[in-house]
Ligand binder design. Structure first.
Ligand SMILES: Nc1nc2c(c(=O)[nH]1)N[C@H]1C(S)=C(S)[C@@H](COP(=O)(O)O)O[C@H]1N2
Ligand SMILES: [Mo]
Length: 257
């Protein structure tokens, strides 16, 4: 997958060269305009910090109306994890599934699906942009990540939140998908652990029982099939050390749109 990226990178690279002056002017309106968002979607040439100047902590991903919803929300990447454990949990409606939240926190906790569904929720209609060149607008409902963080209490040294997934990316059942975000995105109001899509229980193809929605980020950040969340100060020790499955193969860690 993602075969188109090298071309897109070159393309965006050229656009960015021209957009540099605009970007540094830091006009807030520009960062919300459609074209400018597309230019930034490569994100490749802008450093994490430069991007942060443009999208301040509170900036919101655009939200849409019901009328804008895509007729269906396609699946990409894994559509059914190659894992007997996952399918055993699915068979039982994920009643025995639990999400562990641990690492650099004062109070590690485990949450059942029912507990998560009873926590305060947020619903948002947003556009998902995949680097392979497709977008879809979907309605997500889930628990804001900050609700979990306020319960587990991150330690001051926690810098990133790592999301571990149930789907192995290698045929031999190893190399599980994973992703990570910084604390700024972790506390963002639109960062939710979603359990519903378009008013239905989140389908397996889209990441049941719970998937991350981090709306200012590209598609590959939207980790599906969550099993565990870990707060860390670095991801050097995790898998390839780049903070995500695709990042380990060379994609940008800071995948801001
Ligand atoms: N666990 C897991 N999460 C994942 C993926 C995956 O293969 N496994 N693919 C990513 C990519 S590249 C995209 S575009 C979106 C696709 O989400 P969808 O299947 O709901 O369309 O999930 C992302 N999260
Ligand atoms: Mo993607």
């Amino acid at each position: 997958m993602m075969a188109h990226l090298p071309d897109r990178r070159k393309f965006f690279g050229r656009m960015l060269a021209g957009a540099g002056a605009m970007a540094l002017a830091g006009c807030d309106k520009l960062s919300h305009s459609e074209t400018f968002t597309k230019i930034l979607s490569a994100g490749e040439s802008l450093s994490h910090n430069a991007h942060r100047l443009l999208s301040t902590r509170k900036s919101m991903a655009q939200e849409f109306s019901e009328a804008d919803l895509s007729p269906s929300f396609r699946s990409n990447g894994t559509s059914s994890p190659n894992s007997p454990d996952y399918h055993a949990l699915a068979k039982n409606g994920f009643a025995d599934w639990a999400l562990e939240v641990g690492g650099l926190v004062e109070k590690p906790l485990k949450f059942s699906l029912t507990q998560i569904q009873q926590m305060p929720s947020r619903t948002q209609i947003t556009r998902h942009d995949c680097v392979e060149g497709w977008s879809a607008i979907g309605k997500w409902k889930g628990t804001p990540l900050h609700e979990f963080l306020s319960l587990v209490k991150p330690k001051p040294e926690a810098r990133f939140v790592v999301f571990y997934c149930a789907d192995p990316m290698k045929a031999d059942g190893t190399n599980f998908y994973y992703e990570s975000i910084d604390m700024d995105d972790a506390y963002h109001v639109q960062t939710i652990l979603a359990y519903a899509l378009n008013d239905q229980t989140l389908p397996i193809k889209n990441g049941a029982p719970i998937r991350l929605r981090v709306e200012r980020m590209l598609g590959y950040k939207q980790a599906k099939y969550l099993t565990r969340i870990e707060l860390v100060k670095s991801f050097d020790h995790i898998a390839g050390g780049k903070g995500g499955y695709w990042e380990d193969t060379g994609y940008e860690w800071y995948a801001g749109i």
